[in-house]
Each structure stands twice: as structure tokens, then as C-alpha cells.
Design a protein around this ligand. Sequence first.
Ligand SMILES: *Cc1c(COP(=O)(O)O)cnc(C)c1O
Length: 398
Amino acid sequence: MAPNRPDIRPSLGLRPIINVSGTMTALGASIAVPEAIEAVSRVLPEFVEINDLQRKASAVIARLTGAEAGYVTASASAGITLAIAGAMTGADLAKIEQLPDASGMKDEVVILTGHLVGYGAPIKQAIRLSGSRVISVGQVTMVRSYQLEGSITERTVAALYVVSHHAVQYGQIPLAEFCRICNARGVPVIVDAASEYDLKGFLAAGAAAAIYSAHKFLGGPTAGIVAGRKDLVRAAFLQNHGIGRGMKVGKEGIAGTMAALQAWETRDHTTIREREREHLTLWLDRLRNAPGLHARIVGDPTGNPLDRLEVAVSPSEAGTTAWMLAAELARGDPPIIVRDHEVANGHFFLDPCNLHPGEAEIVVDRIVSTLRALQGQPIQDVSTLERRRFAALSQWPD
Ligand SMILES: *Cc1c(COP(=O)(O)O)cnc(C)c1O
């Protein structure tokens, strides 16, 4: 460990995990960039006029996204709820206080069925928290423009579009076409782009608002960014006097997000990509000869400039399964958490974007040794994994 990174985890009694799963809320999201850490610690002891701080954040968000305005809220999930609420109420404070009772307001939100994702909680619920209703369009893997056109009524208040690896990746309406149809009918399109590196493209494609997480690729503190049309951003911001109160962000979240955005502008993306490529090459070279493992470098499903190593486990050759290997890595010392959402399909991924120096080597050594240790152990069904997880969760805090 780098001497300039005194690890707080042992003093909290926490396991020092190595994260090769990507930016996961359940693991503390990302390694915050030094600029954000400094801004957070410098603003915490001071009083600030929060709305002025948000005004400054608006200017930074506008510069990076090309939006007219922006503001910072508690999370991307909060941003979804509040942007929809803003579309429902406009800047009318009486209506803002009335939510989630939507009487007298337009209250239908259209979303493609293939976009009804979960990111730890169902996106449907983030919509419904505003008081609006979910109108899903088309079938999971097939939706046509006429279905979207037909689902828009005089009650439609907004359309939500999800750009994410969680969403179905084929058979959907492309964003530009989605925006063309909605904009022609005066329905604002709100894009959930929580994990997407592209800060400009979704607004440029015609969306009224795009929503990002500050704590994912940006390396900021836990917060959400709403960028978009000024009237809509203002209406979302004003929800702080209504349902947004319980989703509020503090001065540290706003200042840290501004610093992370500014750091993103000047970050040396090429060097970071090269370092990630070195980790991937190291892993690929070392795992190539491991019995029963089949590794290859794969691109990001939504086109973010990020590659991962896909590690497929052939049970007949390896003597174990992908999920058992992943679970054993997570149980070990130090725990190594791989990207396991497709583990039931016989593979997991190694994500190189959240590593401290020296960790890439530990990861590959442990995969090789754990694979060897698992050989000869009885193969269990993958449903064991879900059962174990649920049992642990339901017993919390014990
Ligand atoms: C992570 C994520 C969210 C939730 O973001 P938070 O900022 O953690 O609330 C929402 N949508 C998608 C697509 C995500 O990946």
C-alpha cells in the first residue's frame, strides 16, 4: 500500500477488499480523485450559502455537459425522481409541496420495457417516488416507434431513457429516434446515464436532461448530477422544498462533485487507459495457461472507453465453476470482488479501473491459487449463491 494512503479500514474492523468489479455502491463506488477529497475536506469546516454553491455547480456542469444548467443532488437515483417531479410541477411551489400526491398534474412517465432496470433498487420505484405512474412501452427485447407514439397521451409528463449495461442491448429504440418522437409531442426526455462517460452526447441527441452519478467514473463523493434545460433543472432543484428534502446533498457533496468534474476535464485519460491495458495484459498472460479458464479482453457493453477481462470457467476442465471461484475469491484474504452479474452463465469479469498500485498482481496470483485449491471440491448449484447472499442480508446487523 502507498505510504500516503493510511488505510482506515482495519481501525473500523473492515476487511481490506480489492475491487475488480467496477464502480459498485455496495463497495463504496470508486477511488475518489485527490481533487475531490481536497475540496470535501476544505469546505466541510466552512459555512456556505448552499444555493450559491449550487449556482456555481450549475456553471461547471453546464460547461462540461453543454447543458443550459445543472445541479447536484444526493444520487443519480434521486436525480431521476426529482427530474420527473420537476417535469410534473414546474416551478410551482404549491405543487412541489403537494407531491407525491399528483392530483391535477400530468402523471404518466413512459419508459421502454427493456429499460426497466434495477441498479440495487428498481428504477420503477425511483419513478413512482415522485407520485407518477410507470407506462412501459413495447416488449422486453422488441419495441417499435409506433408503440412509443401510441403510449404518449395528454397525461404523459416525461419519458425516461436508460443508457446502461443493465438495460437490454438490442431491439430498443435508439435515443435520437426516441427524442424525435417525444420532442415532437412536447414530452421531455430524461436520460439515466449514471455510469456513462459521455457527458455531452445524450443532451446533444435531444434529451431535456441527463443524469449522472458523481461517485462512479468521475471519482467524486456520493452525489448525483442533473444536467439539462434550464426550466427543467430549476424545477428539479426546487424539489429541495418538497420531496427532495430527504434526498438532499450537503456542501461537501456539491463541492466534491464540482472538483471531480473539473478534474475530469484535465484528467490524463490516455495514460489511465494505458495503465488499465497493462493490468488486462498481465491478467490475460497469466490466466492463459490456467486449466479450464478461458480469458479474453472485451469492450464495455455501452461503449464507454473501458475494457474488461472476461474469464470463462469450463467446469469439466477446471473442476470448479465460475460462481464458486468468484465466491471463494470474495471469501479469501484479502477479499477480491470480481464483476459477477453474469456468473450464472459461467463467466465473470475483471474490471481494471479501481485498482491501487500492486493490486493487479495480487488479483491474478489469487485467482491461480484459488483455482488450484477448489479442484476436487464438490460442484454446487449456482442457486446456493443467491441463498447465501439473501441469508446474510436478512440477518443484518448480525
Ligand atoms: C448506478 C446507477 C444508478 C444509481 O446511481 P446512484 O447515483 O448510485 O443512485 C442509476 N442508474 C444506472 C443505470 C446506474 O448504473
